[in-house]
Design a protein. Structure first.
Length: 102
């Protein structure tokens, strides 16, 4: 998996299948994003570069409720890969997404 527009779209599809809306807005985001959980809206800083957008979308995944039964097979596979990368990072530190190559 690479940092490109297609990767971003695949990750955004996970959110879409979970009925989340992703918006790219200007604002004062200390972390680069804001989650409006009750409205299922994720607002990302529109000035983030592609790599920052992808990393931020991945960082948010563990914070939202994910019903894996709602995900398509392709999205479920990607979600499981991303979560495995996050868990690996938490266990030993380092890159949260070892399967992503620059």
């Amino acid at each position: 998996m690479k940092y490109n527009q297609q990767t971003q779209e695949k990750i955004e599809r996970i959110y879409s299948e979970l009925d989340y809306i992703i918006r790219y807005e200007r604002g004062n985001f200390q972390s680069g994003y804001c989650i409006l959980e009750h409205k299922k809206v994720v607002v990302l800083n529109k000035f983030l570069q592609l790599e920052g957008r992808i990393n931020t979308l991945i960082d948010i995944l563990p914070q939202i409720e994910v019903d894996t039964e709602r995900l398509s097979p392709a999205s479920l596979k990607l979600y499981q890969e991303l979560m495995a990368g996050i868990e690996a990072k938490e266990k030993k530190g380092g890159n949260p997404n070892p399967e992503i190559n620059n």
